[in-house]
Write a new protein. Structure first.
Length: 307
């Protein structure tokens, strides 16, 4: 007795392939969205741990937040024995991985030597420096390129003496009058290529979109007064250049803040809570112009100032 075996016809195969293609077209975007949602959740969790680390540090340090970067040797590219906020937080965090946003493509090598700066203090060849110094420099550079930018102008203002020396200060929590509405740190960017793609990881500090108000009693465009702690006897104020909205491919188009999640960035507040904000909401209450040419227009909506 013979048995015949029926094969699939070409039409049947094409129908099956078409069904699979339709299902793939439907499911792949869903999978991508689920993956991005998972990365965003991880970034929120990591930022929460960083914020709590900052608060624990301030509790142990007379209420002062960790300084963003202390440049002991006054070098253009600081390094050991300098320090930065991520190094100061190391005893509270234990895991350097939480400093990196899951969507940031920069690897450890990119962060150790962002932009391939000349020499990289011996990190291009571990044999050039002692092992202990190599590890210390690695830790420092990784901290400088964390995706965790401190609110530089308000939390860690840097004053410049007339002779060019820097004095990096730290603000105590008690000086912040609206801790639930003042940004402590936010997702950050180190640099971008000419086509706008990011590289090098994040940045230890970011610029606020506005730091100036009109002087009391004067309309917008009148004399200006700083909306941050007074300079005292210092000669000036150090900054990265503010926000640069007229240069969309510049690294500081948002002052170093970066939306690693589409148009969204992860924000940590002085009171320790964390949430996701659209990049346009980060500059609320400020008419943003290049090099801080604008003013704080609504301080109740502005989220950077200590007041």
């Amino acid at each position: 007795m013979s048995h015949s075996r029926r094969a699939f016809t070409l039409i049947e195969l094409l129908v099956v392939i078409a069904i699979i293609a339709i299902l793939a077209a439907i499911l792949f975007p869903v999978f991508a969205q689920a993956k991005e949602a998972a990365k965003k959740t991880a970034a929120i969790s990591d930022s929460k741990q960083m914020a709590l680390g900052d608060i624990m540090y301030s509790t142990d340090s007379d209420d002062f937040f960790p300084i963003s970067a202390y440049n002991e040797n006054q070098k253009i590219w600081p390094g050991v024995p300098d320090t930065n906020s991520q190094l100061l937080l190391k005893p509270y965090l234990k895991n350097e991985g939480i400093m990196f946003d899951p969507t940031d493509p920069a690897g450890v090598r990119d962060r150790e030597c962002p932009g391939q700066l000349a020499g990289c203090d011996g990190l291009e060849d571990p044999n050039l420096v002692p092992a202990a110094l190599h590890q210390a420099q690695h830790d420092f550079n990784i901290g400088m390129t964390a995706d965790w930018g401190i609110n530089y102008e308000f939390i860690n203002p840097v004053w410049v003496y007339g002779n060019g020396a820097l004095d990096i200060t730290s603000i105590p929590q008690t000086q912040v009058t609206r801790p639930a509405n003042t940004i402590l740190a936010i997702s950050a960017l180190w640099d971008r290529h000419a086509d706008g793609t990011p590289f090098g990881g994040g940045n230890y500090g970011v610029d606020a979109p506005c730091i100036l108000d009109p002087a009391p009693g004067l309309p917008f465009g009148g004399d200006q007064r700083p909306n941050h702690p007074p300079a005292g006897n210092y000669g000036g104020y150090y900054w990265f250049g503010g926000w640069n909205p007229q240069a969309p491919l510049a690294w500081n188009v948002f002052g170093g803040v970066w939306p690693w999640h589409g148009t969204h960035t992860i924000v940590a507040w002085v009171d320790g809570h964390v949430k996701v904000l659209d990049i346009t909401a980060v500059g609320a209450g400020c008419n943003i112009l290049p090099a801080w040419g604008g003013y704080i227009t609504d301080e109740s909506k502005y989220q950077w100032t200590l007041n």
